[in-house]
Design a protein around this ligand. Structure first.
Ligand code: ADP
Length: 199
């Protein structure tokens, strides 16, 4: 399987769809948000650094994230299975580093899946998630900061992936349901990997 980068704003469903893709194709999965939250929970050095950034809706510095990512990748990249990158890259510097890190290992970026969801829907979902999961950064003020960071630092990457010729977009307003999104995503993954239609 080709590597997959799941890309989209906070609340667009990166974690949810990553889980579905992972279960269906038996791929590896790296969520940088989960790695950071686990570090905070365990009170590690990384957790102490990450906490302030996350609580403020800001990004953790690139070099730190790039080092974490490389370590995670080397521990889970099982040959041929492919890895889902969820929440990374989030800046052009991270994308350049990911491309280089994969090239050094004789691997490729694979495909990028972009989830497009309007800001009203995102806000509604994140506030609902706040009640269900109690994530500290899911409050309205921090969510607004995360949206601003997304627009200024992460969204420009969409064009970076388009220039690499690997961007595939999926629009919530067209697919309308999680099942509809999944069907479209699975179909595209199977096309990209030369698999017969499985959906
Ligand atoms: P969401 O996409 O809903 O914001 P994530 O779990 O992906 O959720 O990320 C939560 C927070 O973790 C981000 O707001 C940021 O502070 C930090 N983070 C996660 N991934 C990265 C990354 N690749 N680079 C910098 N910071 C990151």
């Amino acid at each position: 399987m080709k590597n997959i980068i799941i890309f989209g704003a906070p609340g667009s469903g990166k974690g949810t769809y990553s889980e579905e893709i992972k279960n269906r194709y038996g791929m590896g999965h790296i969520s940088t948000g989960d790695v950071l939250r686990a570090a905070i929970k365990n009170g590690t050095e990384l957790g102490k650094i990450a906490q302030g950034y996350i609580d403020n809706g800001q990004l953790i510095p690139d070099q730190l994230m790039i080092d974490i990512l490389a370590k995670q990748y080397d521990s889970i990249a099982v040959s041929g299975k492919g890895v889902i990158f969820d929440g990374f890259p989030r800046t052009i510097a991270q994308a350049d580093a990911l491309k280089q890190m994969l090239a050094e290992r004789g691997h490729q970026l694979g495909m990028m899946i972009e989830l497009i969801v309007s800001e009203d829907v995102l806000m509604e979902r994140l506030l609902r998630r706040a009640q269900l999961e109690g994530r500290a950064d899911d409050n309205e003020e921090t969510i607004r900061k995360r949206f601003a960071v997304y627009h200024s630092q992460t969204e420009p990457l969409s064009k970076w992936f388009a220039a690499e010729g690997i961007r595939h977009t999926f629009d919530w307003s067209v697919c309308k349901t999680k099942e509809g999104m999944l069907e479209a995503i699975f179909k595209e993954i199977e096309k990209e990997n030369g698999l017969g239609r499985m959906v």
